[in-house]
Design a binder for this molecule. Sequence first.
Ligand code: NDP
Length: 329
Amino acid sequence: SREIHLASRPSGTPVPDDFRMVEVDLPDPGPGEVLVRNTVMSVDPYMRGRMNDVKSYVPPFALDRPLDGGAVGEVVASGDDSVPVGATVLHQAGWREHALLPAAAVRVVDVSRVPASAYLGVLGMTGLTAYVGLTRIAQLKQGDTVFVSGAAGAVGSVAGQLARLLGAGKVIGSAGSAEKVAWLTGELGFDAAFDYHDGPVARQLKEHAPVDVYFDNVGGDHLEGAIFHMNDFGRIAACGAIATYDAEAPTPGPRNLMMVVSKRLTLRGFIVSDHADAAKEFFTQAGGWLADGSLVHRETFVDGLDRAVEAFLGLGTGQNTGKMLVRLG
Ligand code: NDP
């Protein structure tokens, strides 16, 4: 079986040589353990931060050890009655074809109504991020005008739709191509969207301003542009800043940060794992919306562990629409 190791810590944008494919022997599960054949694994922007040797909310990846991350798979051997052979499970041992895990480290998921991959996206960590950011962090109110950056990605595409379902008056999105913009205003029902390559964010957002809630996935010029067009007492959910993840030195903050004062804005960061207690209410609501078609999701699949690094690097160049996933075996 094969797994991908971190071979060196990237400086700037990672390159394929920072990773290494390694062949390993397949052990049999001992008592209380399960052997899982992974079928789909997630690649996520936060993994870039874990490639640096710095203290953060999750420990860094170790060199010459397998990377990890969300994955789903099928139990092929089991030393624990509660997780039988054939069960589909969600766990954190991605980046490998097979995973040997304590039974307590996997969650059996129901695949009778949604494919297993949904638990890595819309019904998983990224969906919950969108929900928590809007409800708990930005405290979305009826009629709010909401701006979402990275709007055609995994978190952003769910955030924009949830904003509408939770009562926003107007939803605006930004993304990196004309096709993505058309998807946002078409199938996803955003009121307006723009390609950030077509001109400065501040100028393009002006047409749709003012904004009550900004869901920030990008940082940089997007954050600065949004601050310019926030209403007084607006709320910014600082979810991520993908525009800066490959920077080799800290990037300057928004030049208009003083507007946080003059407009009495709230800018609040969050990490989804602090909000696991919101998972149940979210999955119940989102499950219903998925079933009745009011919530749409898309997945971009890359095939094979050999292409997992390519899939991860593709996040930085916008190769995905919706959730980026790697299909294994
Ligand atoms: P996405 O599916 O959104 O994939 C990343 C997307 O970012 C790409 O498709 C690309 O789309 C866009 N992008 C890449 N580089 C840039 C750039 N320089 N400027 C603008 N857009 C860029 O990933 P996720 O939905 O998984 O994550 C979205 C954000 O949410 C990230 O910042 C991530 O770190 C954050 N996050 C935060 C969590 C939390 O707990 N706070 C949890 C999960 C995610 P395009 O073609 O539009 O450029």
